[in-house]
Design a protein around this ligand. Structure first.
Ligand SMILES: C[S@@+](CC[C@H](N)C(=O)[O-])C[C@H]1O[C@@H](n2cnc3c(N)ncnc32)[C@H](O)[C@@H]1O
Length: 284
């Protein structure tokens, strides 16, 4: 099954184009840290934690996901759609695990490597270029797979869920957060989200349960995050508007008008309950 190859290619290209110009980048983070500290010498992992997380709910969301996945010291963890490696470095540093991130956008893979080197975590964190629809990791080789706010960009979510199942050891844990569609979106909103944030067909809570079960998982928990996300998204939108000025001054990527327009609409859709968020936990 899955989506036609041509559609998947267009979607993949759109996600890369979106993240190549995203206002959160390694260049923006290092420029900000240099401005704050005067130099990048002697950076430790926690120095990055306020800057390198590209999901809703900051570090508390990492801890909630770690609890959902029952992350334990020594685990081998894969982070699907790892971004700049912010969550991966957090799990490695705080929970004592080793993390392999899978990330589509080359600029983010390079950025993740640079940031990880800066804080000396190369022995436990690597972010490799790849697509979560066809993961370059061995069968039954991981204890945990996590992901945050990223499957909304993946054209064939079922493949990503199957890949998580394939690479997990028996009894392995899978926990992720994602946008969830509670009510159908209008064609206009669907287009705004596609143009502004490369958003694909979204899942509902029920369709996620069905995808997980079809892949062979036992669903252990589903949490509705919609109520939490309304105020978080409002603050995040304000952060992006400030960041826009900062990134434009620094000459680093700053997003585009379609991004800001779609973000404003996202805040409204989450507040009205059309769109929301969910945290899903499952066991192989
Ligand atoms: C919202 S960011 C989240 C990054 C990271 N999870 C975090 O919390 O900081 C979504 C990331 O998913 C990546 N991505 C999108 N589609 C992907 C795919 N098919 N395979 C791997 N990564 C993908 C994007 O390049 C982007 O870095």
């Amino acid at each position: 099954m899955g989506v036609p190859v041509e559609t998947a290619m267009t979607a993949t290209t759109a996600a890369i184009a979106f993240y190549q110009r995203h206002p959160i980048s390694a260049a923006q983070i290092t420029a900000r840290l240099e401005a704050l500290r005067g130099s990048l010498d002697g950076l430790t992992p926690p120095d990055l934690f306020d800057h390198d997380q590209d999901h809703y709910g900051a570090l508390a969301a990492n801890d909630a996901l770690a609890a959902a996945a029952r992350i334990t010291a020594g685990d081998k963890v894969a982070d699907f759609c790892a971004g700049l490696g912010g969550p991966a470095r957090y799990y490695a540093h705080i929970y004592g695990v080793s993390v392999t991130g899978i990330e589509l956008t080359p600029a983010r893979v390079e950025g993740a490597a640079a940031l990880t080197r800066l804080v000396g975590l190369e022995d436990r964190v690597r972010v490799i270029e790849g697509n979560v629809m066809a993961v370059p990791l061995d069968d039954a080789s991981l204890d945990v797979v996590v992901s945050q706010e990223a499957f909304l960009h993946v054209p064939d979510t079922a493949s990503a869920v199957s890949e998580a199942h394939r690479i997990l050891k028996p009894g392995g844990r899978f926990a992720f957060t994602d946008w969830v569609l509670h009510q159908p979106m209008t064609d206009e909103d669907t287009e705004i989200m596609w143009q502004g944030q490369a958003v694909q067909d979204l899942q509902s809570t029920d369709s996620y349960r069905a995808l997980l079960t079809a892949a062979g998982f036992t669903v252990t928990d589903v949490e509705d995050l919609t109520g939490d996300w309304g105020p978080i998204l409002e603050k995040r939108f304000a952060m992006y508007r400030n960041l826009r000025e900062e990134t434009q001054k620094a000459g680093t990527p700053s997003g585009d008008d379609a991004f800001y327009r779609s973000y404003e609409r996202l805040v409204a859709l989450v507040k009205s309950g059309t769109l929301g968020g969910g945290r899903f936990s499952a066991r192989k």
